[in-house]
Design a protein around this ligand. Structure first.
Ligand code: PMP
Length: 398
């Protein structure tokens, strides 16, 4: 269908909570490219918001998922599931976690992490420990509890009353964080690099102190790795860029390569708090989603995608900084952690630049008027990056 015909049905029947969309519909993807229903080819530097890290239609992914699709999509968590056990093992083998629980999305994984943290202290006979400290400008999801954890009022305000027990403090301000801890605090929850608000990384020194504070006050440290996980920042998991480990971390987005799946990953001692029947999900960890996860893990390892993200991310950052210094003074700052990149502009032109790039057949996103955000597939080469940067340089010039 042509996009104008889709638009007609969409405006009539779809409950559009996403606002004005770019007038295009995609019907096919291959590698870093997408093709629209009107036959145009685009290059994707946004990866469906950090989801398509292995690229579109990766042969290993297609083969493994298709095979599983023909055998069994879903049965029930009342029975054992091979791919679920294998994916849990793969995630534990490659991280500090000992146990994994699967959900269907990032918000649902964070809900699971929050429930686990509160239950952990309840089982220790400390039900008064339920408060969770999160960071201002954080994003943790769109369910009522994850909105309550999210540090951006605009998302949560219309849905009050929210879930009780969340306090927000500024990023990288250790004094404010330690001052917010009370005898009711059970956990500190943060993104190693804030994604939705515009790529703001935690300082290494700050995270070290946060870990020490958690140890000293017996608090759980929860990392929301929904966006930073699965190689995006240059390591398989974002915490691995720092010299510390969380007690719980959550995953989603790139874990399933586009098939919905999330995960709560925890140390054994914490994970034990969930007794049988205390948490669950109908679809979470079904055979198809876990096979997709296994395919993504295999490809990440075989193609060394975290390393590529680190290398090409560093390359793009340097090139952007050079561009800013030499010919594009409109770029005021570049923040990057692997292939999680934000470009701050000192003029309110980000939406126009995004549209110009769309005309040049590149997909990226803006945050507000002054920020561009790029999240390319982790398979990109420096040559792909050069072509993108040439187009971006023109768009900024125009
Ligand atoms: N946490 C973080 C850090 C995210 O970036 C997002 C999604 N942008 C979420 C949680 C929510 O994930 P989902 O949309 O899969 O519920």
């Amino acid at each position: 269908m042509l996009v104008k015909d889709i638009q007609e049905y969409d405006s009539q029947f779809f409950m559009n909570t996403f606002g004005k969309r770019t007038p295009v519909a995609f019907e096919k993807g291959q590698g870093i490219n997408l093709w629209s229903t009107d036959g145009e080819k685009y290059t994707d530097f946004f990866s469906g918001i950090a989801v398509n890290s292995i690229g579109y239609a990766h042969p290993t992914f297609v083969r493994m998922v298709t095979e599983q699709l023909t055998k069994l999509v879903h049965c029930s968590n009342l029975y054992y599931i091979e791919s679920q056990a294998l994916l849990a093992r793969e995630l534990c083998r490659n991280s500090c976690a000992d146990k994994v629980f699967f959900s269907n999305s990032g918000a649902e994984a964070n809900e699971g992490a929050i429930k686990l943290a509160r239950l952990y202290f309840r089982k220790l006979g400390m039900p008064e420990k339920y408060e969770i400290i999160t960071l201002q400008k954080s994003f943790h999801g769109r369910t009522i509890t994850t909105l309550s954890a999210t540090g951006q009022d605009k998302y949560a305000k219309p849905f009050e009353p929210l879930t009780q027990g969340f306090k927000k403090v500024p990023l990288n301000d250790f004094e404010a964080l330690s001052a917010a801890v009370t005898e009711n605090t059970c956990a500190i929850m943060l993104e190693p690099v804030q994604g939705e608000s515009g790529v703001y990384p935690c300082d290494a020194q700050y995270l070290k102190k946060v870990r020490e504070l958690c140890d000293e006050k017996k608090l759980l440290l929860i990392f929301d790795e929904v966006q930073t996980g699965m190689g995006r920042t240059g390591k398989l998991f974002g915490y691995q860029k720092y010299d510390i480990e969380p007690d719980i971390f959550t995953l989603a987005k790139a874990l399933g390569g586009g098939i919905p799946i999330g995960a709560v990953c925890a140390k054994d001692q914490v994970a034990q708090a969930f007794a049988p029947g205390e948490h669950g999900s109908t679809f979470g960890g079904n055979p198809l989603a876990c096979t997709a996860g296994l395919a993504v893990m295999k490809i990440m390892e075989e193609e060394k995608l975290p390393e590529n993200a680190q290398r090409v991310g560093e390359y793009i950052k340097e090139k952007l900084q050079a561009l800013a210094a030499e010919s594009c003074p409109v770029i005021s700052e570049v923040r990057a952690s692997g292939l999680m990149i934000a470009i701050e502009l000192n003029a309110p032109i980000a939406p126009q630049v995004k549209n110009k790039m769309f005309e040049k057949k590149y997909l990226l996103a803006n945050i507000g008027e002054n920020m561009l955000r790029i999240l390319p597939p982790l398979i990109i080469t420096t040559q792909d990056a050069d072509e993108f940067l040439a187009a971006l340089s023109c768009a900024l010039g125009e």
